[in-house]
Design a protein around this ligand. Structure first.
Ligand code: NDP
Length: 312
């Protein structure tokens, strides 16, 4: 059984180690190093992230394309991506845990006025700010899938007043569900801390824009840990400067790395991290990928197959 690793990120040796530990019979090949003289028709699986356009279609007998990330926008960008075989998202407990930590940390940061305390410390100011009851702090999750679902679970344990917005209605105890385009305005109107965990698709690109930001209550906060393409940067900067949005945590950007001199770098109301809200840890993710390969080899349907029509 052969697998080709095709990734813009150079983590091939890490993956080779962990995946062949799980699947000792697997021949682990790396694109483009192993391409010379390779019989492309003999390759069974591609493990990929942001492959160069047209590479994957050269392998005619792939049984599945396995994404190295939870989001598949970096794969669907290839107009020649094979669409007659399953494309499987990555779902991994470490990835989920890391994201939950990130979301909780930043929700609590805003909930407990930590940005204001940092400013007060700089100014040598000793002043207590009000401590809100989390049951009166309305947190809204854009998306309620693998990642947001786990974050919601832990935020619920802290008794935040939670709502979600998804494509289809949800039934999660303690989380008020809004869905579809018609549900968005009411969801935004009740959200003081907005957390974006949507996939980047045609339907969600630019969803955080002047219109939607204006529908949030004055003084709301944004945490975007999904994709930079969800945010219209000029609109967010204008809303921050106008004071309508009181603070934003941004992990992802329209251009990455964020260019030097971009206003986000020095904006007093922005906290930024370099697309590290949660990283794929190959030792745990390899267990999941190996499990999916075993399923396919046993003739079972793989897990977390992307709906190509919906784009996630
Ligand atoms: P899932 O596919 O499990 O969940 C996606 C959620 O978004 C679902 O609840 C889905 O609704 C909802 N959704 C999708 N399209 C729409 C729409 N048009 N309108 C309303 N809701 C919509 O994804 P994950 O939770 O695993 O991952 C989410 C995203 O997080 C990834 O796509 C990726 O971009 C990002 N990510 C970022 C990382 C980082 O480090 N910054 C790391 C990992 C992921 P429904 O449930 O109804 O289908």
């Amino acid at each position: 059984m052969k697998l080709i690793f095709v990734s813009a990120e150079d983590r091939a040796e890490d993956w080779r180690h962990h995946l062949t530990e799980q699947l000792p019979d697997l021949e682990f090949l790396v694109w483009p190093d192993d391409a010379d003289g390779l019989d492309f028709a003999s390759v069974d699986y591609a493990l990929a992230w942001k492959p160069p356009v047209g590479v994957l279609k050269q392998f005619p007998n792939l049984k599945a394309i396995l994404s190295l990330g939870a989001g598949v926008d970096g794969l669907l960008i290839d107009p020649e991506l094979p669409t007659d075989i399953p494309l499987c998202r990555l779902v991994d407990r470490s990835l989920t845990q890391g994201m939950t930590e990130y979301v909780l940390y930043h929700v609590i940061h805003y909930h407990r006025h930590m940005a204001e305390y940092a400013a007060q410390q700089k100014a040598g100011q000793w002043k207590a700010l009000p401590q809100e009851d989390p049951r009166r702090r309305r947190v809204g999750l854009l998306g309620l899938g693998e990642l947001a679902g786990d974050a919601a679970d832990k935020l619920r344990a802290l008794e935040f007043d939670l709502a979600s917005w998804s494509r289809l209605p949800k039934d999660m105890a303690g989380v008020t569900s809004f869905h579809g385009p018609d549900g968005l305005d009411a969801f935004l109107a009740r959200t003081q801390i907005l957390v974006c965990l949507l996939p980047l698709t045609e339907a969600t690109r630019g969803i955080i824009n002047a219109g939607t930001l204006a529908k949030l209550p004055a003084g709301a906060f944004l945490i975007n840990c999904a994709r930079g393409g969800h945010v219209v940067d000029d609109d967010l900067l204008a809303a921050l400067d106008a004071g309508h949005i009181a603070g934003a945590t941004l992990d992802v950007f329209n251009e990455e790395p964020l260019p030097a001199g971009h206003p986000y770098w020095t904006h007093p109301k922005v906290i930024l991290t370099p697309h590290t809200a949660s990283l794929t840890l190959s030792h745990t993710a390899a267990e999941y990928v190996a499990g999916n390969i075993r399923r396919i080899e046993a003739g079972e349907a793989p897990l977390n197959v992307v709906d190509l029509g919906a784009g996630y």
